[in-house]
Design a protein around this ligand. Structure first.
Ligand SMILES: [Zn+2]
Length: 318
């Protein structure tokens, strides 16, 4: 074969390979787009309650989610209530708000969750510890979450792939509720219309509303006022009300209501609190909500909070 012919053949082969490569890339891209646009039709969403990682830099397990790893890996979305300021380095006591308990930690414990899953993690940061270390503490927390791609918000809705997330609290456990009210959404049960209006303005989205509600210790079921609020949120368009605050599993912790789901209280997931046997606060629930099309169903998995030698108490599957 002539040298010229060989050269021609090589050039033609290269051109064919080049176009083949482009076609393959296009097919892959289309597949990805399809899976993205369908990503919310089916979801497996994990909800857990309060997570705090010790106080004053006390020793604490660096891998607090280690025993629930297998479950978390299966989830398409994760929601948790972050009950602590995150600051690295830790802020000094001058930043402390006048409260009985002020929580802050360095964030490495929360970050260990990113080693377990790359799926979206929605972090509720509006609760009675949001401003434990003042505005600087809140700024540091937001910076940490932003840098590590945890989805979060303070006052406005945040949206991720068609999931809209909002968070609020009905108490601050502080001496300056005005300060809290100026910086986070504080629920006033006598004036709920603005909250409902906020939700009504969101259309065609899957809405999760996180609410830190009620007392630490609840005798029996949640208060009627709280139940009414949760149900009204659903009636106004919320799909899942993610309630938390009680240090233990409340009676009837989850309710299915008009196609939505209301979580009243799953108990504390990670912390350093002593266990109150009369409330069985050493137990907590993981709530797994399955979304198939528009239909929601849920299951619960009980965990036991045990103290570990590294510090703190972390969940163990039963
Ligand atoms: Zn709380």
């Amino acid at each position: 074969m002539k040298k010229e012919t060989i050269l021609k053949l090589i050039i033609i082969s290269c051109i064919i390979l080049f176009f083949l490569r482009i076609i393959i890339l296009k097919i892959n891209n289309n597949n990805n787009n399809n899976s993205n646009s369908n990503s919310n039709s089916n979801m497996k969403i994990i909800f857990v309650g309060d997570c705090m990682f010790g106080r004053n830099g006390n020793p604490f397990s660096k891998t607090p989610f280690i025993n629930v790893e297998s479950l978390f890996k299966e989830a398409s979305h994760i929601f948790l209530n972050l009950e602590t300021t995150i600051s690295n380095p830790l802020l000094n006591d001058n930043y402390k708000e006048d409260k009985v308990f002020n929580y802050q930690s360095t964030g490495e414990h929360l970050l260990s969750l990113k080693d377990i899953t790359k799926k979206p993690i929605f972090t509720a940061i509006v609760n009675n510890h949001t401003l434990d270390y003042g505005l600087k503490g809140l700024e540091n927390t937001k910076k940490f979450l932003r840098n590590h791609k945890f989805i979060h918000t303070v006052k406005q809705k945040v949206e991720h792939n068609n999931v809209v997330f909002l968070n609020a609290t009905d108490h601050c456990g502080c001496n300056d509720p005005k300060f809290w009210g100026e910086n986070v959404i504080m629920i006033d049960y006598n004036n709920l219309e603005p909250i409902y209006q906020k939700i009504k303005n969101i259309s065609d989205k899957f809405i999760v509303f996180s609410i830190h509600w009620g007392p630490n210790w609840v005798k029996g079921e949640m208060d009627q006022k709280i139940k009414n609020f949760g149900r009204k949120l659903i009636e106004n368009g919320v799909n899942i009300v993610f309630g938390h605050s009680s240090h233990h599993i409340v009676d009837n912790p989850i309710e299915e209501y008009k196609g939505g789901i209301i979580i009243y209280g799953l108990g504390d997931f990670i912390n350093d609190y002593v266990i109150k046997p009369q409330f069985k606060s050493g137990k907590a629930l993981i709530c797994v909500i399955n979304k198939k099309g528009k239909k929601l169903s849920y299951e619960t998995i009980e965990v036991k909070r045990n103290f570990v030698k590294e510090g703190g108490s972390i969940p163990f599957l039963q």
